[in-house]
Design a protein around this ligand. Structure first.
Ligand code: SAM
Ligand code: SF4
Length: 328
């Protein structure tokens, strides 16, 4: 098991497959993109599969999510998922993506064994989307949501970072998700932007968002019903069977229930989004370490996980990596 000194057990693995992306969301990437990491330093498909396989087999991981950067930029994504699936028929395998190109690959990903998809989409308004992502590609992300749904990669969730620019359009985004049968989840913006402009006082809080949504919809609180370790609190949209969630990572922290462990695209273990302490697994793997030795390194890294991220104040030292570089 991946246990820490606060008694938490990590069962949910996030694996970043690349730091590259075809969008430049202002809360994540700089306009010019992240500095490119030489390919030789990134995990190959076989290396990623080996780490995921041993994490499920030996370390108690019960669910895996592939992310990035933009994981659809990996042409070998189907083969990575297929290899993990063939070894572990029962484990849920999920993908977090901006949805660009998913319309062409949802079918092959589903055949390879992918279970479900989260598509990140902050707004359905073309101009606002372009301002936030620095690319005029809202149609591609919308097509991605629809393709995921059509391929049965559900429940399809739409992740939206709550932003000043998108706040007024939040009810329209909810309308879109209700119409498409997707579950919308907002997330408070965290200080993981590459340009380091985040300020706590500027964060659109869960309370603000609820106020805007409540002007248009009647929302019935469900709390964390059914899944206490879920970071999202949920509300039922009255008159529908659907819910909307808010992940209040800044104003209502949930570190005490955290069950995550992360592997970056360079094959390091990152116990917490906000902590720069990383342990290299790829180096030892390439040097011939056994599964047992890699498992011990991973366990040791997680054992030292911090209690929490300390209030996300402006004064706190910033994470050296941005969200796209870690794997959100
Ligand atoms: N490119 C894929 C995507 O956008 O879904 C996967 C990687 S992205 C880093 C994963 C998630 O992190 C996305 O849902 C994105 O909105 C979220 N994210 C990025 N920067 C964030 C920030 N500063 N605060 C909160 N969420 C953030
Ligand atoms: Fe790319 Fe996802 Fe970061 Fe946006 S949030 S820049 S889509 S990695």
């Amino acid at each position: 098991m991946l246990l820490d000194t606060f008694g938490r057990v990590a069962r949910d693995l996030r694996v970043s497959l690349t730091e590259k992306c075809n969008l430049r969301c202002t809360y994540c990437m700089p306009a010019e993109g992240l500095p490119l990491v030489p390919v030789s330093k990134l995990m190959t498909a076989d290396e990623a599969v080996r780490l995921v396989d041993l994490a499920i087999r030996d370390l108690g991981i019960a669910e895996v999510r592939f992310t990035g950067g933009e994981p659809l930029l990996r042409k070998d994504l189907e083969s990575i998922i297929g290899e993990v699936r063939s070894r572990h028929p029962e484990v849920p395998l999920a993908l977090t993506t901006n949805g660009l190109g998913l319309d062409k690959r949802a079918g092959t990903l589903s055949e390879a064994g992918l279970t479900r998809v989260n598509v990140s989409l902050d707004t359905v308004d073309r101009e606002t989307f372009e301002r936030v992502t620095r690319r005029d590609r809202v149609d591609g992300s919308i097509a991605g949501v629809r393709a995921a749904k059509a391929a049965g990669l559900g429940p399809v969730k739409v992740n939206a970072v709550a932003l000043r620019e998108t706040l007024a359009g939040a009810p329209d985004l909810l309308r879109f998700c209700l119409d498409e049968g997707a579950e919308l989840r907002f997330i408070e913006q965290m200080p993981l932007d590459a340009e380091e402009t985040w300020q706590r006082g500027a964060v659109v809080t869960a309370d603000e968002l609820l106020a805007v949504l409540s002007d248009h919809y009647e929302l019935e609180p469900l709390g964390r019903a059914g899944d206490p370790s879920s970071p999202a609190e949920r509300w039922r949209v009255a008159g529908t069977e659907q819910t909307v969630g808010i992940i209040a990572s800044v104003t209502r922290q949930f570190c005490a229930a955290c069950d995550r462990t992360r592997i970056t695209a360079e094959g390091t273990v990152r116990p917490c989004l906000f902590g720069d302490d990383e342990t290299d697994l790829l180096g030892p793997l390439r040097a011939g370490a056994s599964d047992e030795q890699i498992g011990d390194l991973w366990r040791e890294a997680m054992y030292g996980k911090w209690a929490g991220h300390g209030g996300l104040t402006d004064a706190r030292p910033r994470s050296k990596r941005s969200m796209g570089g870690i794997g959100g």
